[in-house]
Design a protein around this ligand. Structure first.
Ligand code: NAD
Length: 500
């Protein structure tokens, strides 16, 4: 309890304008999430329903990017382990694919419920392994992953309704799936749920920096008594991923990751008869018109780029603002940036957590330096970053030109490039002037304008007066260098079946 003179001294101080709105008045005490992530010191591969060490005994370390401390040793799979996983998946396929859909659905419901039961534990594990704020893994990643299993459980016995007109809906066989590090558990759910609902069996490879929730999910597969071999998890880096892609038993490869690796996979699968879906990078335009409700739009822009530290394929990383309101929008954005809390991902107050790896942090720093050299104006709010771990402050660039690399390349970090436009046609032209085509956002009061833009923007998803909204029933995927194929909804199921 402060003494009376101290209290009156505090009353006398006049806060500055930004403090009045966001500043020191909002200091919170730390509020760390304390649930036990139940991590093991060592993880093996998950093949044929069992945890088995890699044949050669190799391992790699998964670290916590928030403090660079080791979390667990993970088995490193080579070609022979990948071959074991495919053999197990091939053995499991005939029985699994012939199970009545309602029975497959029961397994999927069980997986969804078991994940819900262990939601807090999984949220903490995801945050420790990947660096994302606990608020996001708790409120978005884990519930959305469960929602994907629930949604696809519902389809498992209704596939004929998903494809009206088709007499027979057949699974493809064994599917190889390779996923990235930005939404490890959610990408696993996007991949496994439709594959299993349609009767395929799977060899899945998580990203090397974030394997732990996939391996914890393998515990759930055991707990659900999923038949051995239906899902196999092999861990490792690009070499392991390449072995998953190259294996002759794969009927389909489903990949989410960078455009560069997507290209390699397309080359590796060309002429093999394997089906392929690629969910790749993006450089989305978030387009803000002068008639938009600016406060809501600014919140949407902040969410669009700083969600998950900007490690989001559909991040609204290019903000196109109508020239007449650019000064006002930039003023509101810079003020809002000052209130973002950067730091310990396990703290429930944190908005921007840790960058996923030292390598990714170096890439962000490199591209930001390029932006400064190219003549854009950088703004970063004053914020103290933790001394250990990989962190980058929320960053805005104004005065960005179309030709700048920060307007063209995916930075995959908390960095927003702001450009301007005058007319609707100019906004469409600038938004489409990119090699990518994954997503876009439109902020305006006019419904007719929304309809025009959602038709003319070459992007798989166009959000209107909102951003980063997802639903398992809504297909997600790209055009151009953002890839092909869809995940979610009936379109997503179609990529795992043949129809006759
Ligand atoms: P990445 O391409 O480096 O790695 C993705 C996965 O591929 C990892 O598991 C990695 O080990 C594996 N891999 C690496 N080389 C391989 C090879 N030669 N053959 C087979 N597999 C290989 O991507 P990343 O850095 O993990 O993820 C970030 C990228 O993912 C970004 O570009 C982002 O936009 C994209 N992404 C896209 C979506 C989408 O739905 N479109 C979703 C999330 C992330």
């Amino acid at each position: 309890m402060p003494s009376a003179p101290a209290r009156s001294a505090r009353r006398r101080r006049t806060p500055t304008a930004p403090e009045l709105i966001f500043g020191n008045l909002w200091e919170f005490d730390p509020s760390p999430e304390t649930a036990d992530p139940k991590l093991k010191a060592q993880y093996d591969l998950f093949i044929d329903g069992q945890f088995v060490p890699a044949r050669r005994g190799a391992r790699f370390t998964s670290i916590n990017p928030a403090n660079e401390k080791a979390l667990a040793e993970v088995a490193l799979a080579d070609e022979s382990d990948v071959a074991d996983a495919y053999a197990a998946a091939a053995r499991a396929f005939p029985r699994w694919s012939r199970l009545p859909g309602a029975e497959r659905g029961k397994y999927l419901f069980r997986l969804a419920r078991l994940l819900q039961d262990r939601a807090r534990e999984f949220a903490v594990a995801e945050t420790l392994d990947g660096g994302k704020p606990i608020r996001e893994s708790r409120d978005f990643d884990v519930p959305m992953a469960a929602a994907h299993f629930f949604y696809h459980a519902g389809w498992a016995d209704k596939l004929n309704y998903a494809f009206p007109g088709a007499r027979v809906v057949r699974p493809l066989g064994v599917v190889g799936q390779v996923i990235p590090w930005n939404f490890p558990l959610l990408m696993l759910a996007w991949k496994l749920a439709p594959a299993l609902a349609t009767g395929n069996t799977v060899v899945l490879k998580p990203a090397e920096t974030t394997s732990l929730t996939a391996l914890k999910f393998a515990e759930i597969l055991q707990e659900a008594e999923l038949p051995p071999g239906v899902v196999n998890v092999v861990t490792g880096a690009g070499v392991t991923g390449a072995a998953v892609v190259a294996h002759p038993q794969a009927a389909k490869i489903a990949f989410t990751g960078s455009t560069e690796v997507g290209r390699q996979i397309m080359r590796a699968t060309a002429g093999t008869g394997k089906r392929l879906t690629l969910e790749l990078g993006g450089k989305a335009a978030n387009i803000l018109f002068d008639d938009a409700p600016l406060d809501q739009a600014v919140e949407g822009v902040i969410n669009g780029i700083f969600f998950n530290q900007g490690h989001v394929c559909c991040a609204g990383s290019r903000l196109l603002v109508q020239e007449s309101v650019v000064d006002e929008v930039v003023a509101r954005l810079t003020l809002r940036l000052r209130s973002l809390r950067v730091g310990d991902p396990l703290d429930k107050n944190t908005d921007v957590g840790a960058i996923n790896s030292g390598e990714q942090l170096a890439r962000i720093k490199r591209l930001v330096a390029v932006g400064v050299r190219e003549g854009a104006t950088l703004y970063q709010p004053p914020c103290a970053l933790p001394p250990k771990g990989f962190y980058f402050p929320p960053t805005l660039f104004t005065g960005v030109q179309q030709s700048h690399r920060i307007a063209r390349e995916e930075i995959f970090g908390p960095v927003l490039s702001i450009l301007t436009f005058r007319t609707v046609d100019e906004a469409i032209e600038k938004a489409n002037n990119t090699a990518y085509g994954l997503s876009a956002g439109v902020w305006t009061d006019k419904g007719s304008r929304i309809l025009k833009l959602s038709t003319e923007l070459k992007a798989g998803v166009v959000w209107a007066n909102t951003y980063n909204k997802f639903d398992p029933a809504s297909p997600f995927g790209g055009y151009k260098e953002s890839g092909f194929g869809r995940e979610g909804g009936r379109h997503g199921l179609a990529d795992y079946v043949t129809l006759s």
